[in-house]
Every structure is written in structure tokens, then in C-alpha cells.
Design a protein around this ligand. Structure first.
Ligand code: BJW
Length: 229
């Protein structure tokens, strides 16, 4: 059985990272148009770098929760078919939990991309106006390695190839409001079993064959245990 699992901000909520659209979420604190578009970065790079520098710094204070850990156990044990964990999250909690077959479709906070040479490199600290690219040495041209609105998500070919052959698609902790991820369940549901695990019914909940509503930290370990039985 080939598995594709999609995760969103809800899986990291119990680790202490804010989601985007829940009450008190990031988009109630800042306008997304001012921090998460290429136009915002062109207009006010310091503001955008500040928003991502603060979120990168916050990664030092959080740790994977039982949901991340359960998905890493599933990755390590799953030998009954292909496995791909696609995350919309830019945090690194899946890899810190031990996930290996992982794809970050909206990029990674702990990488910086150079607008001069195009390379993306590991980056732990703040990106400042004088930061130099580890690949080409040019300074002042680094941006966060994240996918903003209007940009094409990373590695869509890899995701589409996995979706084309998947037998089960599981969506965890995502509101289903951001495309193209919001369309994955509908794209596969004629062939594959689709399951939603989320705190509450997402926007696209009616598309799924099965829905389980409650905290990911409780429901994901339960589901993984069932899968490995
Ligand atoms: C829990 C929980 C717990 C809480 N346990 N659950 C009109 C129609 C259709 C599309 C468009 C349109 N106009 C524009 C578009 C396209 C646009 C889009 O989707 N806009 C919509 C807003 C309408 N999309 C794009 O621009 C994308 N690019 C694109 O489409 O390119 C074209 C193309 C595609 C494919 C091939 C070729 C070309 C790019 C989207 C980039 C999104 N970027 C962000 C920021 C990334 C960097 C950063 O982190 O700052 O990505 S926005 C933000 O939203 C972030 C997230 O990854 C993404 C999804 O959010 P997520 O994860 O779902 O979080 P929430 O907060 O929404 O939901 C959390 C859920 O968890 C909730 O349901 C809670 O209930 C639940 N939860 N606690 C379990 N304990």
C-alpha cells in the first residue's frame, strides 16, 4: 500500500508553534500580504526578514510532539509500499523526530536562498542585510527559503508522482485553505482512501472517506498504531 501523508501547522500546534488561521494564529497578528508575498519582500525586506528571523529563533524553544514522533515511527517501519510525508510546514520538527522520507513543499525556515546564485543553504540564525551566501559569497542577497503566495511550491513533480500511485492519502492538521495542497485529496479520492485527522472539520472535510477530529498528538499515534498492526 503506497502512502502519502500531508501535514500542516496543526501538527506543530501542540509543540507550541502558532498555526496561521486559528484564533490567535499568525494571520491575526500580521497581515499575510505584508510578510508572505514576494511583493512584501520587495517593498520592506527588513520587516519580512524580521518576521522569519523571529520564527526561526523560536525553533530553539520547541520540540517534536507525539504526532511527529508517531509519523517518524511509521516512516521507519513502513515496508508495505511507498511512503512520502509532504509537509506544508517550514519548521523542522518532522526531521528532528526522525522522519526521512520527507518533503517540505513550502520550504524550510532553517535554510536561506540566495537571490544572486539561486542556491539554498542551511541557515540557523537571523538573516541580516549583510549576510553572505555560503555558496557564492555574495552578501545582502539572502531571503528566507520559504514559498510565499504567488510562488510555485517546491518539488511539485515529486509530490504529483507520489499522489499518482498512492493508495492512501492522509491529511493532518491543515485547514485546507491553501492551494495546491488543498486539492490533493480530491485529486486522488477515486483511487485512494482519503483520511482527515484534524482538530475540527477542515474546509474540504466532505471530500474525505474518513475523518477523525481531535488533537493530532492523540489521534496520530492511534492511527499509526492501527497502520502498523
Ligand atoms: C489542529 C491542532 C491540533 C490546530 N491537532 N489539528 C483562488 C483560488 C485558488 C487558489 C488561489 C486563489 N488565489 C490565489 C490562489 C493560490 C494561493 C492560495 O492558495 N491562496 C488561497 C489563500 C486562496 N496559493 C499559492 O499562491 C501557492 N502557489 C501556487 O498556487 O502556485 C501555482 C502553482 C501551483 C502548483 C503547480 C504550479 C503552479 C503558494 C502557497 C504558499 C503558502 N505559503 C504559506 C507561508 C509559508 C511560509 C510561512 O510559513 O510563513 O504557507 S501561507 C501558510 O498557509 C503556510 C502554510 O503552509 C499554509 C497552510 O496553512 P495550514 O498548515 O493549513 O495552517 P492553518 O492555520 O490554515 O490550519 C491549521 C489547521 O490545524 C486548522 O484546521 C486547525 O483546526 C488545525 N489544528 N491545532 C490537529 N492540535
Amino acid at each position: 500500500m503506497n502512502l502519502v501523508i500531508l501535514t500542516g501547522a496543526g501538527i506543530s500546534a501542540e509543540s507550541g508553534l502558532a498555526t496561521f488561521r486559528d484564533l490567535g494564529g499568525l494571520w491575526s497578528q500580521v497581515r499575510l500580504e505584508e510578510v508572505a508575498t514576494p511583493e512584501a519582500f520587495a517593498a520592506d525586506p527588513d520587516r519580512v526578514q524580521g518576521f522569519y528571523n523571529a520564527r526561526r529563533a523560536q525553533l530553539h524553544q520547541v520540540a517534536p510532539n507525539p504526532a511527529h514522533e508517531a509519523l517518524a515511527r511509521l516512516d521507519a517501519a513502513w515496508d508495505r509500499g511507498d511512503f512520502l510525508l509532504v509537509t506544508q510546514n517550514v519548521d523542522d520538527l518532522h526531521e528532528r523526530a526522525g522522519s526521512r522520507r520527507l518533503h517540505h513543499m513550502h520550504g524550510e525556515l532553517r535554510r536561506a536562498r540566495c537571490l544572486a546564485c539561486g542556491a539554498d543553504s542551511p541557515w540557523q540564525d537571523d538573516i541580516g542585510p549583510d549576510s553572505s551566501c555560503p555558496a557564492c559569497g555574495v552578501s545582502g542577497r539572502l531571503r528566507p527559503h520559504v514559498v510565499w503566495f504567488g510562488e510555485i511550491p517546491l518539488g511539485m513533480e515529486r509530490i504529483e508522482a507520489a499522489l499518482e500511485v498512492c493508495d492512501m492519502f492522509v491529511s493532518i492538521g491543515t485547514s485546507g485553505r491553501v492551494w495546491p495542497a488543498a486539492g490533493f485529496a480530491a485529486a486522488v479520492r477515486r483511487r485512494a482512501r482519503t483520511v482527515e485527522i484534524n482538530l475540527e472539520a477542515s474546509d474540504g472535510a466532505s471530500i474525505f472517506h474518513e475523518t477523525r477530529h481531535g488533537p493530532a498528538g492523540r489521534l496520530v499515534p492511534q492511527w499509526v498504531e492501527e497502520m502498523l498492526r
